[in-house]
Design a protein around this ligand. Structure first.
Ligand SMILES: Nc1ncnc2c1ncn2[C@@H]1O[C@H](COP(=O)(O)OP(=O)(O)O)[C@@H](O)[C@H]1O
Ligand SMILES: O=C(OP(=O)(O)O)[C@H](O)COP(=O)(O)O
Length: 395
């Protein structure tokens, strides 16, 4: 992959794809880690006199403008971190974007509104994506791909725009790939992957390939219930991917065949509903009441998972063990984070919410070998998949 030092960007328009997908409560950013991680690249370009046009997504607004997913709070925070005001376009390719980009001077930064407000960004139709990509490409002379958390997405801003402009990999992308490479080149063993979180359907897909690479797979968070259901247990109102039950049964038998230890929760915190102050009880993972929802792993599972991490030499963790945003359901995530900190291992935490959880729970960031901005992106890299956003930068 080319690096940006190969381009003279002074006075030129640099179109930079970043991942600024941060957790929000209303319009308050609860963790700005991904914005901070994007700052050094932007500062470097500003320092070189570039006119920097940043493009990014927030959440999953499904191709339509939606004020709930506006990047306006992100523009404000980015400006604070850069110590300079950001010119924020209130649309992606419309009049506001045209005007903002047109007025940009060398050393200034603009941010376009959420790319996913436009159906072309995520379209499965190559022509529709290409048409949108051409409109984005018109805003730049050079493209920089630095949104590591989104490189696994075959989206217009990630995959199609770099085909239309001279392009380079950003510093964050290069740094992330360098760390993940250490996990794929002869990882020290035991190699343990811990999976949780809520993007169940996306992330179940990586398990098949991971089974050929790891020694142990610990599954908690919202991921666990599809496994419990696949074994025939009641999971009540918990997150469940019904259409993937057969696939999960396949993983369970494949794990046995390959001698991979697949470890599931033995108890969970079963809540009456999804709320901070919901009543809950600790129940066996095999006996979740039909009207209850599992919102965290239970105390016996915390111990079990910690014991499976104690002798690990390499660990990758993506996905909180429970709804850590609610104090009552944060102990599972805390226990896993602490077990990683204790382990004498090369430890990588990946994912917007997992990294946010580490900080929100007040745990030391330097207790981990690396905190990655990518969850799904890291997992797909580790399973050996070709990532569209990296392929596009290599071509
Ligand atoms: N049992 C559960 N039920 C519902 N949501 C859960 C559960 N466990 C974890 N979560 C949620 O998963 C979300 C993070 O998932 P995900 O986006 O996959 O992780 P990451 O951003 O680290 O890749 C958090 O907001 C957390 O509240
Ligand atoms: O938050 C992200 O991924 P992650 O939750 O796997 O870390 C990225 O911004 C990608 O978002 P997406 O999973 O909606 O495509």
């Amino acid at each position: 992959m080319k690096d940006i030092s190969e381009f003279d960007v002074d006075g030129r328009r640099v179109l930079l794809r970043a991942d600024l997908n941060v957790p929000l409560e209303g319009d308050v950013i609860t963790d700005d880690g991904r914005i901070r991680a994007s700052v050094p690249m932007i500062e470097e370009l500003v320092g070189k006199g570039a006119r920097v046009v940043v493009m990014a997504h927030l959440g999953r607004p499904k191709g339509q403008p939606n004020p709930k997913y506006s990047l306006a709070p992100v523009a404000k925070r980015l400006g604070e971190l850069l110590g300079a005001e950001i010119a924020f376009a209130t649309d992606v390719i419309g009049d506001s974007a045209q005007a903002v980009v047109g007025a940009l001077q060398g050393g200034q930064v603009a941010l376009l509104e959420n790319l996913r407000f436009e159906p072309g960004e995520e379209s499965k139709d190559d022509a529709e994506r290409a048409e949108f990509a051409a409109k984005l490409a018109a805003f730049g002379d050079v493209y920089v791909g630095d949104g590591f958390g989104a490189v696994h997405r075959k989206h217009a801003s990630v995959y199609d725009v770099p085909k239309l402009l001279p392009h380079a990999a950003g510093r964050l992308v290069l740094a992330e790939v360098a760390v993940l490479k250490k996990l794929t080149d002869e990882p020290a063993r035991p190699y343990v992957v811990v999976l949780g979180g809520a993007k169940v359907s996306d992330k179940l897909g990586v398990i098949g390939n991971l089974l050929g690479k790891v020694d142990r797979l610990l599954i908690g968070g919202g991921m666990a219930y599809t496994f419990l259901a696949a074994q025939g247990y009641e999971v009540g109102q918990s997150l469940l991917q019904k259409d993937q039950l057969d696939q999960v049964r396949g993983f369970l038998s494949e794990a046995v065949k390959r001698g991979v230890e697949l470890v599931l929760p033995v108890d969970v915190l079963a809540a009456t509903h999804f709320a901070e102050d919901a009543e809950y009880e600790v129940v066996d993972a095999t006996a979740i009441p039909a009207d209850r929802e599992g919102l965290d792993i239970g105390p016996r599972t915390r111990e079990l998972f910690a014991s499976k991490l104690a002798d690990a030499k390499t660990v990758f963790w993506n996905g909180p063990m429970g709804v850590f945003e609610f104090e009552a359901f944060s102990d599972g995530t805390r226990a896993i984070a602490e077990a990683l900190i204790r382990a004498e291992a090369f430890t990588v935490v990946g994912g917007g919410d997992s990294a946010a959880a580490v900080r929100r729970l007040g745990l030391p960031e330097d207790g981990f070998s690396h905190i990655s901005t990518g969850g799904g992106a890291s997992l797909e890299y580790l399973e050996g998949k070709t990532l569209p956003g990296l392929v596009a930068l290599e071509e």
